[in-house]
Design a protein around this ligand. Structure first.
Ligand code: SAH
Ligand code: SF4
Ligand code: F3S
Length: 445
């Protein structure tokens, strides 16, 4: 082909699986690719480079990634210049990079969560050698890289990392193996980032860590309550959230800081995982259901309008019907705003994978259906109470198909409304006229 005196801009597309941590990491990958001269593609089809940012928390997350990577085989054959890169938590699993290369030899570059910033060098290596399957996955985490600009994709919401990795080793969980030990960012970097985001017009900041409450344990520089206090003291009109809080470290000092600042949303994500003490112990969660309930009570005593969301696992090895009933009782008692419910998934290399009495799939399925029913009924009941009330939402998007603007209130509930003007990035007061499932519909007041 004759080049017409200009170079066509190359485009990237990133496919993300997993948690907010990964969503934000994809924004960092986008930042890296932008620095390399790539721009964002609207779809996978027009991309010159496709990056998969994978998750391995449960087996089905892995199967999704495998399916979508495999689906590119034909396109890669038709267009050998298309670059396919695979990174993320899955690539940090022992042996996974070689499994991937065997399954999908057409993949160009494999990288891990510990060496995200090596991506340009790996792409260069691939392009200069013409040899496929450039692999670089580091076993040990390095230091924290600062001063790189992500390409943020969720305005007016912004994610800010405060600590990386996890030291808790819950027996079902693979995160400590693929994300390494806890490392905290220095407080001044976090505060600087938040100040800049607020100046740029971001209206909701979420502080991210696998266990935010252990912020500073490694560095000894500052604990989470003090950090939260300082971030909430940054001037400007914005909401502040954080996730995830491990119940064992959730305490009154932290709750008092939440109560002190209007900016901090009174919605706390506090994953309980199970209501049975026997199961909690085997999960190595280091709290009992009684202690969890005490913390919920303490939170509601200090902040009466606080709401709680949670993560719950059913069918953990050895979970009996009685254990499961205890989970149901706890859910009844706490009355969660909402909860993510998961069927236990065996992860190779974790302690629980070796435990006897793995629960049969039919039993797991039957239990999760009952749990979902209960959680949904609590969520629905709360939604219905919204009808007739005025709530403030932060408008974050426009649903072109439905013709509605949408945004969340402080409790994370999605509110839909119609408007002639573009309201994205603004706080909007809505009078709720209808509740449908967990969605609220309203009119601007
Ligand atoms: N660090 C956070 C999030 C961890 S992953 C925390 O501790 O809460 C998010 C959720 O995935 C967990 O809370 C847990 O409920 C679920 N999860 C983790 N490993 C799992 C597994 N092997 N099977 C099923 N669910 C799992
Ligand atoms: Fe996994 Fe437990 Fe760490 Fe959360 S606290 S990431 S569930 S090991
Ligand atoms: Fe998140 Fe999945 Fe990794 S839940 S930390 S992307 S294993």
């Amino acid at each position: 082909m004759v080049k017409l005196g200009y170079i066509m801009e190359k485009k990237y597309f990133i496919v993300t699986y997993g948690c907010q941590m990964n969503v934000h990491e994809s924004e960092k990958i986008a930042g890296i690719l932008k620095e390399m001269g790539y721009s964002a593609a609207e779809s996978e089809n027009e991309a010159d480079i496709i990056v998969f940012n994978t998750c391995c928390i449960r087996e089905n997350a892995e199967n999704h990634a495998f399916g979508n990577i495999g689906a590119l085989k034909k396109r890669k054959r038709e267009n050998p210049d298309l670059l396919i890169c695979v990174g993320g938590c899955m690539m940090q699993e022992k042996d996974m990079p070689s499994v991937l290369r065997k399954k999908f030899p057409f993949v160009d570059v494999v990288f891990g969560t510990h060496n995200l910033y090596e991506l340009p060098a790996l792409i260069e290596r691939r392009l200069s050698s013409k040899k496929r399957g450039v692999v670089s996955v580091l076993e040990n985490e390095g230091g924290i890289v600062e001063g790189r600009e992500p390409v943020r994709t969720s305005f007016p919401n912004a994610w800010v990392n405060i600590n990386y990795g996890c030291n808790n080793f819950c027996t079902y969980c693979i995160v400590p193996y693929v994300r390494g030990r806890e490392r905290s960012r220095r407080p001044e970097y976090i505060l600087d980032e938040v100040k800049r985001l607020v100046e740029q017009g971001y209206k909701e900041i979420t502080l991210l860590g696998q266990n935010v409450n252990s912020y500073g344990n490694d560095s000894g520089l500052m604990g989470f309550p003090e950090l939260l206090d300082r971030v909430a003291s940054v001037e400007g009109n914005f909401r502040l959230r954080f996730m995830t809080s491990h119940p064992k470290d959730f305490n009154e000092e932290l709750v008092r800081i939440i109560a002190k600042h209007d900016k901090i949303c009174n919605l706390i994500h506090l994953p309980v995982q199970s209501g049975s003490d026997r199961v909690l112990q085997r999960m190595n969660r280091r709290y009992t259901s009684g202690e969890y309930l005490e913390k919920v009570k303490m939170l509601r005593r200090i902040i009466p309008d606080a709401e709680i969301t949670s993560d719950i696992i059913v069918g953990f090895p050895g979970e009996t019907e009685e254990d499961f009933e205890e989970t149901m009782r706890l859910v009844h008692e706490v009355n969660f705003a909402s909860a993510f419910t998961f069927v236990y998934s065996k992860r190779k290399g974790t302690k629980a994978a070796e435990m006897p009495d793995q629960v049969p799939e039919e039993v797991q399925k039957e239990r999760i259906m009952r749990l979902i029913e209960l959680v949904n009924s609590q969520t629905r009941e709360k939604s219905e109470k919204y009808v007739g009330k005025v709530v403030e939402i932060l408008c974050e998007d426009f649903d072109a198909k439905k013709g509605y603007y949408l945004g969340r209130d402080v409790y994370g509930r999605m509110g839909y409304f119609k408007s002639e003007e573009n309201k994205i990035g603004q706080f909007v007061k809505l009078k709720i006229t209808e509740a449908s499932g967990i969605s609220l519909y309203g009119e601007e007041v």
